[in-house]
Design a protein around this ligand. Structure first.
Ligand code: XMP
Length: 523
């Protein structure tokens, strides 16, 4: 791989993504990883990320010069660039002038390896207080800006390169070219990381891991679990069983769609659908507190899923008739690369213990996790899903919370209320899709204010019905969100149709709160 050494920037993952967009596989490692360990992973090249510190600050993350002497091509970005300068005898210093945001270069060497063929007229994205004032011996200065006397340098002999700016951000006009020049020309790497290769590689790995074993995968209806299941199905065929727990809190026709789409696209993978509507609604009866609802739904979910697991494992001989474990069970999960990086990286499959005594699984059973998406970003998961033939409605499905419509009914959850909300939600989704807004909008919860009534006039008579709230939001990662500026005509159509077609609803309102302060869901 190409290893991105993370110096504490918020950019390290982005750098890895950009490298992969250049069709080269890349991973992030912490700057605290010893050089021997980094080299043991046989990197084709190393990229040093930016970081918040100042190179000469006591306690600042330090670049071990040994990393620059190993003969592996290195590209330093921002802090990484300054670290190279400091490590090899150049000078990085505080100039007192800060450069933030889009910056124009004042000179550029278009005959260099890194900036090959580029012209001066370009924006580069800067974010730094310190700068390199003197390049180390043997390096050629290949760009300058008003506040950075040395804005980029290179030593093609030693294959060490650096730029002061952030080529990984979209605001650097020709940033991707800088990365490509480094990878292809500077480091001589062949671009070969493609979706097809990812699939082949993962299928091989899964076969090695599971061997002759049996695997189970819980499907949520979302893209991650579907793609993980499709990969495992391709690797081990019908030794994979998927479980879909229908808790009765899904949207209109959703369970049927998931079942159909999944069956078709995986060439008939085994799918067990557990109809648990009654069980969930009974458990939720009389409950209005959001946290309590979530806890109950979570608990019932685990209970149901484990019961289904136990049945499958008994049928496949992993658990014997007395209820003892005969073999290891494999559990497929759709963990993504950002989760892996954020939880500190670790290699290999973790062993988890399941929650005991709820669903009839034996005490001596241990699961081994199969996580075929551990190295992938969300957009790559979508590409893999598409390549595997999963339909667009799964590949591009908007996020939907595990507790489903249970947390979109404010008040007690009942079958009648669910049906009302399902009808209103289906209309909103239909109109947003018809208006071509599905990819622009992150998601649009429809919330039923089941304990609120207001007076209306429908037909010739007075009504006393419930309001619904439309909550369309835009977001990149659900951590923050803004309310989506859905065109008035579209909102108008949704409102007219809901109040005409869903008898119990006589008022449609719009939530115009960003997150923070509001969360996306109401409960
Ligand atoms: P909030 O409401 O916290 O939601 O702004 C952020 C994102 O997470 C989804 N969400 C959940 N997803 N289980 C899930 O799988 C949950 O319990 C859950 N709660 C919220 C929500 O739809 C939004 O995309």
């Amino acid at each position: 791989p190409v290893l991105v050494v993370d110096f504490g920037a918020q950019y390290a993952q982005l750098i890895a993504r950009r490298v992969r967009e250049a069709d080269v596989y890349s991973e992030v490692v912490p700057h605290t990883m010893p050089v021997q360990e980094i080299l043991a992973r046989k990197p084709l090249a190393i990229i040093l990320s930016g970081g918040p510190s100042s190179v000469y600050e006591p306690g600042a993350p330090r670049l071990d010069p040994a990393l620059l002497e190993a003969g592996v091509p290195v590209l330093g970005l921002c802090y990484g660039f300054q670290s190279i300068a400091a490590a090899l005898g150049g000078t990085a210093a505080e100039t007192g002038v800060r450069e933030y945001g889009a910056t124009r270069l004042s000179a550029l060497d278009s005959a260099s390896v890194l900036l090959d063929g580029q012209d001066l007229e370009q924006n580069v994205w800067m974010s730094h207080g310190d700068c390199v004032t003197e390049a180390p011996a043997g390096f050629r200065v290949i760009a300058t800006s008003s506040a950075s006397p040395v804005a980029a340098f290179e030593d093609p002999e030693r294959r060490i390169y650096g730029v002061q700016w952030h080529p990984e951000v979209g605001h650097s006009d020709r940033g991707q070219e800088v990365l490509r020049n480094f990878l292809y020309r500077g480091a001589g790497i062949e671009p070969s990381w493609t979706t097809g290769n990812v699939i082949d590689e993962q299928v091989t790995r899964i076969r090695e891991q599971i061997g002759e074993g049996t695997a189970i995968c819980g499907l949520s209806g979302g893209v991650d679990s579907a793609v993980a299941a499709a990969l495992v199905q391709r690797a081990i065929g019908d030794r994979l069983t998927c479980v879909y727990v229908d808790h009765g809190l899904m949207r209109q026709d959703e369970s049927a769609q998931i079942e159909k789409a999944f069956g078709e696209s995986t060439g008939g993978a085994k799918l067990v659908v557990v109809d648990a509507e009654e069980q969930f609604l009974t458990a939720l009866a009389g409950v209005t507190d959001p946290e309590q609802k979530r806890k109950i739904i979570g608990r019932e979910f685990i209970r149901t899923f484990e019961q289904a697991q136990a049945d499958i494992l008994r049928a496949s001989g992993v658990i014997d008739a007395e209820g003892h474990a005969e073999a290891k069970a494999f559990l497929v999960q759709g963990t993504l690369y950002p989760d892996v990086v954020e939880s500190g990286g670790g290699e290999g499959a973790a062993n988890i213990k399941s929650h005991h005594n709820v669903g009839g699984l034996p005490e001596d059973l241990s699961f081994e996790l199969v996580e075929p998406l551990r190295t992938l970003f969300k957009d790559e998961v979508r590409a893999v899903g598409h390549e595997l033939g999963l339909p667009d409605e799964i590949v591009w499905r908007q996020p939907f919370p595990g507790p489903g419509l249970g947390i979109r009914i404010i008040g007690e959850v009942t079958k009648d209320r669910l049906d009302i909300l399902r009808a209103a939600d289906a209309i909103a989704r239909e109109e947003l899709t018809a208006a071509g807004l599905d990819r622009e909008i992150w998601q649009c919860p429809v919330v039923l204010l089941a304990e609120v009534r207001s007076v209306g006039v429908q037909g010739d008579g007075r009504t006393y019905g419930h309001p619904v709230v439309l909550r369309p939001v835009t977001s990149d990662d659900a951590m923050t969100a803004d309310w989506a500026k859905v065109p008035y005509e579209v909102l108008g159509r949704i409102s007219t149709r809901i109040t005409n077609e869903v008898r119990e609803i006589n008022r449609v309102t719009l939530d115009v709160t960003s997150k923070p302060p509001g969360t996306i869901e109401w409960e």
